[in-house]
Design a protein around this ligand. Sequence first.
Ligand SMILES: C[S@@+](CC[C@H](N)C(=O)[O-])C[C@H]1O[C@@H](n2cnc3c(N)ncnc32)[C@H](O)[C@@H]1O
Length: 213
Amino acid sequence: MSMFKKLASYIFPFSKKIHSNINGVLEVNWVNGKKVLDSPNANYSFGNLQKVLHFGLEKVYDSTVENILILGMGGGSVIQTLRNEFKYTGNITAVEIDPILIQIAHNEFGVVASPTLEIVLNDAVIYLQQNKQRFDLVIVDLFIDTEVPGGVMQKEFWLDLRNSMSENASVIFNYMNPQGTPSNFKIMLQYLDFEMQEYTYVLDTNSIMILRA
Ligand SMILES: C[S@@+](CC[C@H](N)C(=O)[O-])C[C@H]1O[C@@H](n2cnc3c(N)ncnc32)[C@H](O)[C@@H]1O
């Protein structure tokens, strides 16, 4: 963003609308000198969402992590957090179902594939079914606007996810309900032998679950 636009955004917030068949009308907004990505009813990237995931990373990130899987790349703000704030230089695989989001991440936020960043256009549910790699940290940040897709709440998704985790791996699951995840979902995770800790009212809007297998 140019310095002029950055300064002007303190007085006149700028907005650009981008239509996606999957996510609806997305908005790139410049507010108080910062560019963020919003869906119709939620912040998608580089705003509160980025702070919520930062909270999750503070709970689990350590220097032994070498391979990270991000399910739901969006605009890629957690990639920026990992690289700039946690100084993570290892491999990241980012899975995203919406090609428009991959374009936005590139064009608006400079997120591009590299030898240490693989961007995969796929449904996360299918990706996990087919995946053979193991990851030390998995970030599950899957939303269509404010809703977590139905498949993500199913037993099969978490069984496949467990098969993608290395021995001491952790999972950060972001859920947009301040009061936490449904009790039947927690029972299902317990049944699958996940250890879990839930943090509710993270920035008043979200809950974060930390899981270990
Ligand atoms: C809140 S955004 C992710 C923000 C991102 N993690 C960040 O750090 O900026 C949620 C993303 O999940 C994606 N998504 C929703 N369902 C998906 C699915 N089944 N497979 C892969 N991506 C999906 C959406 O297209 C959207 O880009």
